[in-house]
Design a protein around this ligand. Structure first.
Ligand code: ADP
Length: 608
């Protein structure tokens, strides 16, 4: 990656940290500066105290030095601890805010994008980075902290080393006193820094490559461990004894391939730490030699010897930290990219600004063809149909014939690749998406109810009209069951959020989903297999109320129970993504070679 690109990305990363958690950068700078300054106070005062003890033995000066050393130590200690606590708090906030940004993005992005395997992979990688480092942006503040503390160490060291440098560059007769000695030492430090930077970059690139490999395995492991801990999937796992399969697919994979990768990662880190430690030791030896020889030549006091040695070591520590941290850019930047790739995902759907007019609704599919992303086959092909206001259409067809896809396109979860969908003669792409979706009350076949209080599940809001909620529950045939619950409308569904939540059956959930659709009271109602999970009595009750639910609304009703479709004016018969028949039951049943006749007969044969 080019240096300018890297710098730009670092800048963008810091701006984002500042936007999300403005306190983190100042806290990082302050707390790492204070932490880095602390050893120098001790170095300076130890050397002073040694000098006093070995020369004048002035009691007042001694007490003053000790008192000053203690007070400054105490001040730095307390303030650095206070700042550190606030720093950790701020780091936690960054984590939560980063998650918040991702959640907001996920909510507003195209459903099609969210569903794509490549995007799901990206999400997993980002989650991994969050789990490992506390936040993918945080690594940048960790770098800042090392740069600042390294820089502070260098500044303080150079201040303390100034007298030594003066002596070193003054020149003398022997090599020990000549400037070349100092130049050789600084050159050696410079070379060591460059080597550390290169090692760190190389190892860091390798680390990132291996981590990406590991994430592929880890994703499967995560999936399986979540399955095992989720009590909802526990039934299948036990009755089908899927433990062995899970053990083989997930655990073994992590234990063999995963561990092999982890070992490589660990060996790499060990190699880099050892190399850096060896280089540090060699430089350390050079420094001791440099200062020791100068000390032997009697160029400074014993106290100064302590101070110079300590300060030089801090120089090494500081530059090593800066070089090592900078070298880790190849893993920090791509990790940060995960976050930005998600955040910068822009909707590709054309979103219009038109607001649907109140009043009659006509929907028309004109030659619509649609393929799911990354799929080769058409789920709907050259599909045309028109629904007039107040019309009730039943949709029938075998599994996979495109019925649900038709609904998803109608609700604009996807856009067709060919053809157009019109609302009152205008392409739905021209409407404001949210306003358009407000037109539909939908019960999807694979509907979801959430671990919220029951009434909030129905009203999808914290403020709800209690009377209306009850009336919708009544219509959906579940009010009596809710009345029996201790918390009634306040009852939490499931136990994910609230321990006292209720576990509802599939049929009860379906009735609640129906009540939610009724509460929305949109002008267009779509019911995709709304009675699939209901017992025959409940199913009958729903059918008998169907006309009442729908009233004069436009409605689409998908069902495999063909007898229940007879009350719809039109029946659309789907086959392999195409609309093959459209008419009333009486018309369609006439065509003995038609798809409807085949379905009707099959049902009569198997169910009567
Ligand atoms: P139906 O509701 O009639 O059972 P669907 O509309 O759900 O049928 O599916 C139509 C076709 O599209 C099927 O072949 C199905 O496998 C495919 N399909 C459905 N959903 C997806 C998806 N999210 N991604 C890829 N293919 C899908």
């Amino acid at each position: 990656m080019k240096a300018t690109t890297t710098l730009k990305k670092i800048g963008t990363g810091f701006r984002e940290i500042h936007r999300l958690e403005p306190q983190l950068i100042p806290l990082t700078v302050l707390s790492s500066s204070l932490k880095a300054a602390l050893p120098f106070v001790n170095l300076y005062f130890s050397s002073r105290i040694i000098d006093i003890l070995s020369t004048t033995r002035d009691r007042r000066a001694l007490i003053l030095s000790v008192a000053l050393a203690l007070s400054i130590n105490l001040f730095l200690f307390i303030s650095s601890r206070t700042l550190e606590n606030r720093y950790y708090m701020s780091r936690g906030l960054l984590y939560n805010k980063e998650r918040g940004e991702i959640i907001r993005k996920l909510y507003s992005m195209d459903y099609e994008k969210l569903e794509s395997p490549s995007f799901q992979n990206l999400l997993h990688k980002h989650q991994e980075a969050m789990d490992k480092t506390g936040s993918s942006l945080f690594r940048l503040s960790w770098m800042l902290s090392n740069w600042v503390s390294g820089g502070v160490m260098l500044i303080f060291s150079l201040v303390l080393l100034f007298p030594l440098l003066k002596i070193s560059f003054r020149g003398g007769e022997s090599f020990v006193e000549s400037p070349w000695f100092a130049i050789a030492l600084f050159a050696a430090i410079g070379i060591a820094v460059a080597i550390i930077l290169l090692i760190s970059r190389k190892i860091s690139r390798e680390w990132f490559r291996l981590s990406e490999q590991y994430m592929g395995i880890d994703k499967i492991y995560y999936y399986y461990t979540e399955l095992i801990s989720d009590y909802k999937t526990g039934k299948e796992i036990r009755t089908y004894q899927e433990q062995n399969l899970i053990e083989k697919d997930a655990t073994q994979l992590v234990l063999t391939d995963g561990i092999a990768i982890q070992k490589k990662i660990a060996a790499n880190s060990a190699k880099s730490s050892s190399l850096i430690a060896i280089i540090g030791a060699v430089i350390g030896f050079g420094i001791y030699l440099f200062i020791g020889l100068k000390g032997l030549a009697g160029l400074f006091s014993i106290g100064s010897l302590v101070c110079y040695t300590g300060s030089f070591m801090q120089v090494v520590q500081g530059v090593t930290a800066i070089a090592n941290t900078t070298g880790q850019m190849p893993q920090v930047i791509p990790t940060m990219d995960y976050y930005f790739d998600i955040i910068h995902t822009e909707p590709t759907k054309q979103i219009g600004t038109l607001l649907p007019q109140e009043g009659p609704i006509t929907i028309e599919f004109k030659n619509v063809s649609f393929r799911y992303p990354e799929s080769e086959n058409y789920a709907l092909k050259s599909f045309s149909i028109k629904l007039e206001n107040g019309e009730q259409l039943a949709v029938v067809g075998r599994n996979g014939s495109g019925k649900t896809t038709f609904i998803k396109l109608l609700c604009r979860l996807y856009d067709p690749q060919e053809g157009e969908i019109l609302l009152n003669g205008v392409n739905i792409r021209n409407y404001d998406e949210k306003a358009y979706q407000k037109l539909f009350s939908v019960v999807f076949q694979d509907f979801s109810m959430f671990s919220f209080p029951l009434a909030e599940n129905i009203s999808v809001a914290e403020d709800y009209e209690e009377k209306r909620v009850w009336s919708c529950l009544e219509e959906a045939g579940i009010a009596d069951d809710v009345r029996k619950m201790e918390q009634q409308l306040g009852t939490y569904l499931y136990k994910d959020v609230e321990e006292t939540g209720v576990e509802i059956s599939g049929g009860e959930a379906q009735k609640l989903a129906l009540a939610r659709a009724l509460y929305k009271n949109a002008p267009f109602i779509v019911l995709d297999e709304p009675t699939a999970a209901l017992d025959p009595i409940a199913e009958y009750e729903i059918y008998s109320k169907f006309n009442h639910f729908v009233g004069d609304k436009t409605a689409i009703y998908i069902s495999h129970r063909l007898s229940s479709c007879r009350f719809c004016k039109h029946i659309a018969v789907f086959r392999q993504g195409e609309l093959v028949q459209l008419g009333t039951h009486e018309e369609l049943i006439q065509h003995q070679d038609g798809a409807y006749y085949e379905l009707w007969n099959a049902q009569a044969q198997y169910y009567c």
